[in-house]
Structure formats: structure tokens, C-alpha cells
Design a protein around this ligand. Structure first.
Ligand code: DON
Length: 558
């Protein structure tokens, strides 16, 4: 499994050392935590112009597409978890991509039934019908106070006038060179004169500025039914893809009820299928509710968290998929009694081998570059949004003339039972490819409400996301600060492979030895994740926010 969000321990430690302390200030404050300072600033600009958190979310999303183009894009998708203060409504805008109508279950397999290397990640066939533009338009029109023309303006400016190249982006661009170079325009943006843009030099994306300006002026119709739709279909088909005008015209962003669970007096509000995130998070918290994690010793606490992660990921692999195509047993999986049953197989002194759990009948997918932001406005409206092209820069294939990159979200389907996706995740027929179906996701935009107040949280990281939000939730319930939550070292287990991965700082040598003794297979790996946290403290009315020190983002209070 590749490191989703690169960085060696040293980098982690350095980043942690220079991280800005979490800001805190008085009631009525707004907060934005995002993966790039210019995106947070774009959101702030919109708040200052009288926009609410939902307007700011459109501005932040659009700005991220420009300044962190590896993470998300108009040809990608995602989910936006919203809380509207005026009536307390929690809702999810599902802007997940769907499989084109000509997609088929075995489309990434050769005649012998073996996966064709790179087909579900590097080709135009890897692109699902995008949901991002539809999601933003829905968010804007139904929940915002302003118009797209206003909320897209900061992103248009950033694309047109440019921003400074930074090391993390430069590294990402370098990693995707072969794909990006297939487009003359992408080559001109990222490798002018054949050389990578130096750190500190200006990156301008005039075609993307133009596309965003068209969207601002003409509205989302043009994207799914108008001139842009035609341009997209022509280009994708020329590249060997199977998008049609009908596919684009049929796309709908969907409003969904969040999934809700409880953990030690806290209420968890998270995203439902077609992401596995919320269901798996609640299942794991239900499992952990049967223990007092603060009364057991440190290594047992970690052992139990890992055993809960193992079981949530096993159920993810077996049961989760697009609810329009497969009956996902959400009630059962999030039922505390079901978790009680799972607990009976957990031993305190021994790891449960994944193979000893009833196995996934088939195998599925998970994630490497994506982005999350958390917003709270002065009125108490909240947004937790995770948006993605799947891998860094998606497939890296640009639609010439538009500045937009194709997603490679089709790899989030289970392309063949038992075959892991780029995140090493396995899945089942619940997540097999079918025309018009949404591919299973791991994104986990979440609100945690408790007597302490509430937290707005989420992260990129593919298969690692759910576990990160789980750890953040446990830390929030334990009273940790926003800065402590984002900086805390991480542990992870995803059922298959049956390995406990950890950031070096997460386990002491004694803990490593003890976990090995209990039967865990351990592997240290590079740091991961880019958690963005906003916390409202009910007792003081204070707002605090923090951006993961592993990334380059900022958490601002406004
Ligand atoms: O939806 C998903 O689960 C993946 N496409 C997310 C990918 C991801 O988070 C990559 N992050 N580093």
C-alpha cells in the first residue's frame, strides 16, 4: 500500500514543531480548517461578505480545486455534511460519482478474468460521472445566501492570477508526471519548458479560471447538459472512455439523512452509504462502548481499538455499497446489540486473526489524495465536507480547454472479488460495478456532539479515513483539544491485510512488544492523514480549530 499522504517521521516531527497553535476565541466566532491557507482565506472572504457556512463551503471547495488540485476537482465528487442552525437540520449532500451507463462488472478485467494493470486508475475508463459541480450547485442554491457568481469568485481569481508553488504540491505533480504530460495544457501548467514549476513560482490555470467563470455565469446546467457537457463527452470518448451526454444529464446530487449513533454520552452524526464511513465509525464506537477505555492499560486500549477497527472494516468489505443497488443493513450494523455480538469474539490477551472472522465473500476498495474541510459560522451553521478525485490528481488526465482533471473513482468499486484496490481494501458484490451505481467510499465527514460541545471533523486518507475519525472521536470525548486531536499519532487496521500499521510515535517499544505478544502483526509506516477539526466548547462558548500538522493547511478563527 502506498503512503497516502507522504511524509517521514522526521517531517512529521518538524511539522508538529512549527505548527501554529490552535486558535481560540469568543462566542459568535467563525472557524475554517482546511488543507490550504488560501482556501481557508477564500472561505473567510465569503463570510466577511455576508455569506454563511454553506456559502463559505462552496468558496473553500472551489479554491481547493485550484490550489490543491491533487485533492479534489470539479470532475470529482464528495459528500457535504451540513448542520443548519435555524432549524437544527442535519443533512448530507451526496455528490458522489456514478458509474457510466456503459460500465460493466468486469470492465477492468482481461479475457482471462485478471485485472488489467492501471485500467481502473490511469485511463479515461477510470472516471466516474462527476458529482462535484452538482453538489456545489445544490449546496449553494438550497442552503447558501449568496450566488455562485460570488462564492466562486475567489477561486476564479486564484486560478487566473495564480498562487505560489509549494513543496507538497510539487512532489505530487512530479509523481503524476507521465499522466499529466499527456495533455499539452496540463504540461504547460505543471511542466513549463519541460521542467517542474519551481517552489515559490506562480502557478496559473487560465482554462480552469474560464471553466469556473462559465459555471458562475451560466450555472450548473451547462456542466451537465450544455456546452461543457458536450466538450467533456467528446474528450472522454476520444481518450477511450465511455461517458455519454445521457450520463451527464442523468446525474443528480442527492440529499440524504445522516447516520446517527451514540458513544459515552456523545451523539455521532456522520455520512451514510454510499460511503462506508459513518456506518463503520458508529459500529466501531458501539463495540468500544462495552469497555471503559480509560480504565484499561494503554496497550489494551490500543488493542481494543484495533480489534474494533478490524471488525468495522470487515463489515465494510462485506456489506457496504450504494443503497440504490444493494440492501445495506445500516440498522443492524449500527445497532448496539450487534456490536455486543461482535465483542464476544474479542479477547483482551489475543489479536483475532482476520481470517478467523467470517470472511468477506469477495473483495473491495479504499483511498490517496482527497481533501477535507470543516467550517462553523457565527450563527452555528456547520459544514464537514470531504471531496475527492480519488488518487492524487485523479487519473491525471486533463480535459484540454477546461483545466479539469478526470477522477479515477471507478477504482473505489470492487473491480473483482478479493482484489484489493489502490488502498488495499477488499470488497464484495455489494460494491461491484453496475451502470449508474455510486462506488463505495470511505469518506467520513462527521459531527460529534456531547455535553462538552461539538466537533466538526474529517480527513482524506482512503482506507485510513474511518480509523482517523474514530481516534479523533475518542479523543474529543476524552476532552482533548483540537490541536491535540489533529497531532495525535495514529494506529490503523483494515481487516485485510491483517496488519496493525502505526506511526512510529503512536507506540512505545514496550507497546510494540506487547502487541506482538498478543498476536498482532505490526508495521510502522509514514505518517498519514490531513485531519481538519473545529470545536465549539459549550461551557465557555469558545471556538477552536486546528489543521493537521502533517499537511500545510491552516485553521483560522474569523
Ligand atoms: O472515496 C474514497 O474513499 C476515496 N476515493 C478517498 C481517497 C482518499 O482519501 C485519498 N487520500 N489521501
Amino acid at each position: 500500500m502506498k503512503s497516502p499522504c507522504a511524509g517521514l517521521l522526521l517531517a512529521l516531527l518538524l511539522a508538529a514543531a512549527v505548527a501554529t497553535p490552535a486558535a481560540e476565541h469568543a462566542p459568535g466566532a467563525s472557524a475554517i480548517a482546511s488543507a490550504h491557507p488560501l482556501a481557508s482565506e477564500a472561505g473567510n472572504e465569503i463570510l466577511r461578505a455576508g455569506g454563511n457556512a454553506f456559502d463559505a463551503a462552496v468558496a473553500v471547495s472551489a479554491a481547493l480545486m485550484v490550489v490543491e488540485p491533487s485533492g479534489s476537482g470539479l470532475l470529482g465528487g464528495g459528500m457535504f455534511l451540513l448542520h443548519r442552525a435555524s432549524d437544527g437540520r442535519n443533512v448530507v449532500i451526496d455528490a458522489r460519482e456514478v458509474a457510466p451507463r456503459q460500465a460493466s462488472r468486469d470492465m477492468f478485467l482481461d479475457a482471462a478474468g485478471n485485472p488489467v494493470r492501471g485500467a481502473s486508475t490511469n485511463t479515461a475508463l477510470a472516471a466516474g460521472i462527476p458529482g462535484e459541480a452538482a453538489g456545489l450547485a445544490l449546496l449553494q442554491s438550497r442552503y447558501g445566501k449568496l450566488k455562485l457568481a460570488q462564492t466562486l469568485a475567489p477561486a476564479i481569481r486564484l486560478a487566473r492570477d495564480g498562487f505560489d508553488m509549494y513543496p507538497r504540491l510539487q512532489a505530487g505533480v512530479g509523481g503524476k508526471k507521465a499522466q499529466l504530460m499527456q495533455s499539452a495544457q496540463a504540461a504547460a501548467i505543471w511542466f513549463p519548458g519541460g521542467q517542474p514549476v519551481p517552489v515559490g513560482a506562480r502557478v496559473r490555470q487560465p482554462q480552469l479560471a474560464q471553466t469556473l467563470a462559465i459555471l458562475a455565469k451560466e450555472g450548473v446546467e451547462t456542466f451537465y447538459k450544455g456546452a461543457i457537457a458536450k466538450q467533456l463527452v467528446d474528450a472522454v470518448q476520444k481518450m477511450g472512455g465511455i461517458w455519454t451526454l445521457e450520463d451527464l444529464a442523468a446525474y443528480r446530487a442527492i440529499e440524504r439523512e445522516p447516520v446517527v449513533g451514540r458513544y459515552r454520552g456523545a451523539t455521532i452524526i456522520s455520512a451514510p452509504p454510499p460511503t462506508s464511513g459513518g456506518v463503520a465509525l458508529i459500529e466501531a464506537l458501539n463495540v468500544l462502548s462495552g469497555y471503559d477505555l480509560n480504565k484499561v492499560d494503554g496497550v489494551t486500549r490500543k488493542h481494543l481499538i484495533i480489534e474494533a477497527m478490524r471488525r468495522m472494516h470487515r463489515d465494510r468489505a462485506v456489506y457496504l455499497g450504494d443503497p440504490a443497488f444493494t440492501a445495506v443493513p445500516v440498522q443492524r450494523l449500527t445497532d448496539p446489540d450487534y456490536a455486543a455480538g461482535l465483542r464476544t469474539s474479542i479477547r483482551l490477551d489475543r489479536a483475532t486473526p482476520s481470517a478467523a472472522l467470517e470472511s468477506a465473500p469477495e473483495a473491495a476498495n479504499a483511498g490517496t489524495n482527497t481533501t477535507h474541510f470543516s467550517i462553523l459560522d457565527k450563527d452555528g451553521n456547520r459544514v464537514a465536507a470531504t471531496i475527492t478525485l480519488n488518487a492524487g490528481f485523479g487519473s491525471g488526465l486533463m480535459i484540454d480547454g477546461t483545466g479539469m482533471l478526470l477522477n479515477n473513482e471507478m477504482d473505489d468499486f470492487s473491480i473483482k472479488p478479493g482484489v484489493p484496490n489502490i488502498y488495499g481494501l477488499v470488497g464484495a458484490s455489494a460494491n461491484a460495478i453496475e451502470p449508474g451505481k455510486r462506488m463505495l467510499s470511505s469518506i467520513t465527514p462527521t459531527f460529534v456532539e456531547s455535553p462538552r460541545g461539538y466537533m466538526i471533523v474529517g480527513s482524506p486518507g482512503g482506507s485510513l479515513i474511518i480509523g482517523m475519525v474514530l481516534l479523533a472521536t475518542l479523543d474529543f470525548v476524552d476532552g482533548r483539544s483540537a490541536q491535540e486531536i489533529v497531532a495525535a499519532p495514529r494506529i490503523h487496521h483494515q481487516y485485510e491485510p491483517d496488519t496493525l500499521t502505526y506511526e512510529v510515535a503512536a507506540l512505545t517499544a514496550d507497546e510494540v512488544a506487547e502487541l506482538k505478544r498478543r498476536g498482532h502483526d505490526l508495521r510502522a509506516r509514514d505518517s498519514w492523514g490531513n485531519l481538519q477539526v473545529v470545536i465549539y466548547d459549550a461551557a465557555t462558548g469558545k471556538v477552536s480549530s486546528a489543521s493537521d500538522p502533517r499537511g500545510v493547511g491552516t485553521a483560522g478563527l474569523y
